[in-house]
Design a protein around this ligand. Structure first.
Ligand code: NAG
Length: 287
């Protein structure tokens, strides 16, 4: 395999044009996907427009996987360029790139309703995970990874108050973001209402501290899925919004197995999501 040589001036030019992840991404702008799994899957899934693959020029422990990614790039006709570790560091803002960066078009939320995809098998009870305002990219990535692993049929997210599908999310999801579509909704309420009318069960989740006397909250371990279900998860700060909570048929929570010390009373949202999904999906019948 041959690599193009990469001059310092060209490297500077590319660095200048690389967008910071915190800046809003305009149409047509490219971003830097980093890490082995995100780069490999971005190459094989053909969901992004691919520009160039940047590869660390020294030998290292990752050599074999890097070679595999390069082979995929060759197959896809994507130009490969060797760069120094420092250049890669700068390209992805000092994150853990594992020797690989891929310049590519961004992946957005899916905003058009499509006909049933192969994931959404008809003869089993569907579970859609609905995220309302998850803002930390590490959390979002971890949630995508667990949801995919555990067999969630669709991931839906609010668009305006949540983290976009950035390369950091893809890395935190171990590449799942490249494989599993994430549907975005500008108005979750409308979507939930339609699903409720179609006979889906709307299941909300609350932290222990949000269990108010006026609402009936059930331990998630007591709940059984008996219909197609939407599982609603709130964001890191305030949890599920009161409007969405009102739309729920059932509210679930995870009960602790000890007396909790004041101040350490909550679970990380990605961990909570994993527990809830496992709990619900293991009660799904007909799969
Ligand atoms: C929650 O856990 C994820 C990993 O599952 C981690 O990346 C994230 O930073 C954690 N969030 C908080 C707020 O600690």
């Amino acid at each position: 395999m041959r690599f193009e040589d990469f001059s310092e001036s060209e490297s500077r030019k590319i660095l200048k044009n690389i967008q910071k992840e915190s800046e809003p991404n305009e149409d047509g702008q490219l971003e830097i996907v980093f890490g082995v799994a995100p780069c490999l899957l971005a190459l094989t899934q053909s969901r992004r427009k691919l520009s160039r693959l940047f590869v660390k020029n020294s030998e290292g422990p990752q050599r074999d996987v890097i070679l595999m990614v390069c082979q995929e790039a060759v197959k896809q006709g994507v130009q490969i360029q060797r760069v120094s570790k420092q250049t890669l560091d700068k390209m992805c803002g000092g994150k853990v790139h594992q020797g690989l960066c891929l310049q590519a078009s961004p992946l957005g939320f899916i905003t058009e309703e499509k006909t049933i995809t192969s994931h959404e098998v008809k003869n089993r009870r569907a579970l859609w995970l609905v995220l309302d305002g998850v803002q930390d990219p590490m959390n979002l990535g971890a949630i995508l990874r667990s949801a995919y692993f555990l067999g969630v049929d669709r991931i839906a997210s609010s668009i305006h108050n949540s983290c976009p599908l950035t390369p950091t999310v893809s890395k935190a999801s171990a590449g799942v973001m490249e494989v599993m579509e994430v549907f975005g909704y500008s108005n979750l309420r409308d979507m939930i209402k339609v699903k409720a009318e179609e006979g889906w069960q709307i299941v909300g989740t609350v932290g222990l501290e949000e269990c108010r006397p006026e609402s009936i909250v059930m331990p998630c371990s007591d709940f059984k899925m008996s219909r197609p279900t939407l599982l609603l998860m709130g964001g890191e700060g305030d949890g599920l919004s009161p409007e969405l909570r009102q739309m729920c048929d059932v509210l679930l929570t995870i009960f602790p197995r000890r007396n909790l010390h004041p101040g350490v009373e909550s679970l990380n949202v990605s961990v909570a999501t994993g527990i809830l999904l496992h709990s619900l999906l293991s009660t799904r019948t007909g799969s």
